[in-house]
Design a protein around this ligand. Structure first.
Ligand code: HEC
Length: 138
């Protein structure tokens, strides 16, 4: 009987240690996720993740016409590289959301709009500054 009791105790202790070690690793995983999410949320437009996001959005929605180089195509599609029109943030927002001439309106949500505009405003040597969500009234 004594031996059975001892075995049960040993098993219980091992179980407790096992569960404890599991919960430790789960916690440390959570912490890792948390820092990743925090660093994503704290990003400014210069942050790598936003730039990548803007770059991806640009290549999916804009590059077809304005080209990866931002240089556009001949007289058909205006260059966005070194285009002073980008100084006018409201005009840029309106162009994308409402379209302009042969450019159809492009549906992007607020964050996507911010990312893509900050990408075109600060890429290819452009330096037209960042927009933030206060620039977007909708
Ligand atoms: C189907 C081709 C096409 C796509 C896709 C497109 N554009 Fe355009 N874009 C144009 C054309 C054409 C104009 C010129 C419109 C005009 O002035 O008549 C233009 C104009 C602009 C202008 C104003 C430039 C100027 O000199 O007046 C900006 C800014 C712009 N586009 C940004 C974007 C962004 C950002 C995207 C992606 C979210 C995008 N465009 C997607 C064809 C396109």
């Amino acid at each position: 009987m004594k031996e059975v009791n001892l075995t049960i105790h040993v098993i219980l202790i091992i179980l407790v240690l096992f569960i404890f070690s599991l919960s430790c690793s789960v916690n440390s995983d959570n912490n890792n996720n948390k820092t990743t999410i925090d660093s994503l949320q704290n990003n400014s437009s210069n942050n790598v993740s936003t730039v990548l996001n803007g770059e991806r959005l640009y290549s999916e929605n804009c590059a077809l016409c304005h080209q990866d180089t931002g240089e556009g195509a001949a007289s058909t599609f205006p260059a966005l590289k070194n285009n002073n029109v980008l100084n006018n943030k409201q005009e840029t927002i309106k162009t994308i959301l409402k379209g302009k001439g042969d450019m159809q309106a492009i549906y992007l949500n607020k964050n996507e709009l911010i990312s893509v505009i900050n990408y075109i405003n600060n890429n290819w040597g452009n330096n037209y500054g960042d927009i933030t969500d206060t620039d977007i009234k909708k």
